[in-house]
Design a protein around this ligand. Structure first.
Ligand code: GRG
Length: 308
């Protein structure tokens, strides 16, 4: 496809524009997500799934997956079904996170949350529908990739969302709520699982689809764990320093829920410095990949400079 081929990276650092890269990749992901789910009977559930999936968002996970696949010599087409699945899984986790039984939020991505529009019952089912469809989507739509790589992707996605990943992190987060004595170790556990696990899967699956193995995958795993934690530290800071309009969701939630966060343990300045150190450690892992890693490096920097 010509439009996708035009997006192949040149090796000239000077020619790389992160904002153009983000814009181009975001619109490819939007188009693929829009095509992924059609509204059929029973319409309500498909509408609820599409409502949250197409509500905007930075599309960071799909873009990380596409960028890594390209860096490793693969194509956007090889990674697009997995990129869409990552966004389906991420969106389902947001829908369930916002439920009254969890964080009880009214706004997400600048819109009313799924349960506020469709009711709790449909919101739970919309999350379930997106989660199941994510796996079907990868299995059915991935082409020009050997089956054993697709199987590896399915396994990695499953691990990232289950009790060894998002679900486990969410459980410890719920257990820690209202406790003032949450340790740094526990906080790291929560966010390594709730946030970093899916970011890690995004990067590593991109590498797997393109045929990466061994030490290269280890490097990608280390890169993404570091950016995952940095991402969460910045998320915690933005919850304090940004407005609801900037965030698209209720601001100041952590303080209100008396959650222990990185800024509550370290203060804002030290938290920023820790995030910078994690980004530097992440970028160091990309050294062997040379100029091909420029998009991933720039995406890592974007994590600490973002405002929403
Ligand atoms: C996964 C089976 C399954 C259940 C869900 C609710 C839950 C278990 C886990 C919570 C996961 C969660 C909401 C983690 C927070 C991750 C995070 C920092 C979200 C914000 O991500 P952004 O900033 O959001 O990328 P956008 O809207 O830009 O996509």
């Amino acid at each position: 496809m010509v439009a996708m081929d035009n997006l192949q990276m040149t090796s000239e650092k000077a020619q790389f524009s992160l904002s153009a890269y983000l814009q181009e990749h975001q619109s490819l992901v939007e188009a693929a997500l829009n095509q992924a789910i059609s509204v059929v009977y029973p319409e309500k559930i498909y509408e609820a799934m599409r409502y949250s999936l197409l509500a905007g968002g930075k599309r960071l996970r799909p873009i990380l997956c596409l960028a890594t696949c390209q860096m490793a010599g693969g194509t956007l087409e090889m990674a697009m079904p997995t990129a869409c699945a990552l966004e389906m899984i991420h969106t389902m986790s947001l829908i369930h996170d916002d439920l009254p039984a969890m964080d009880n939020d009214d706004y997400r991505r600048g819109k009313l949350t799924n349960h506020k529009v469709y009711g709790e019952d449909i919101a739970i089912l919309a999350g379930d529908g997106l989660l199941a469809y994510a796996f079907e989507f990868v299995a059915v739509n991935t082409s020009n990739v050997p089956a054993e790589r697709v199987l590896q992707v399915v396994a990695k996605l499953g691990r990232a969302v289950g009790a060894a990943g998002l679900v486990g992190g969410q459980v410890v987060d719920l257990e820690s709520e209202g406790k003032a004595d949450v340790s740094l170790e526990t906080l790291n556990f929560i966010h390594n699982h709730k946030t970093a696990a899916l970011l890690e899967a995004s990067v590593v699956c991109g590498g797997v689809l393109a045929g990466m193995t061994g030490e290269d995958l280890q490097r990608l795993s280390c890169f993404s764990q570091n950016i995952g934690l940095a991402f969460q530290i910045i998320d915690d800071i933005l919850d304090i320093t940004s407005t609801q309009e900037q965030l698209g969701k209720t601001a100041g939630k952590d303080l209100q829920a008396q959650k222990v966060t990185y800024p509550s343990l370290w203060g804002i300045e030290e938290s920023k410095s820790q995030a910078q150190q994690l980004i530097a450690a992440a970028i160091a892992q990309l050294k062997p990949f040379g100029d091909k890693a420029i998009p991933l490096k720039e995406l890592a920097h974007y994590i600490t400079s973002r405002t929403h």
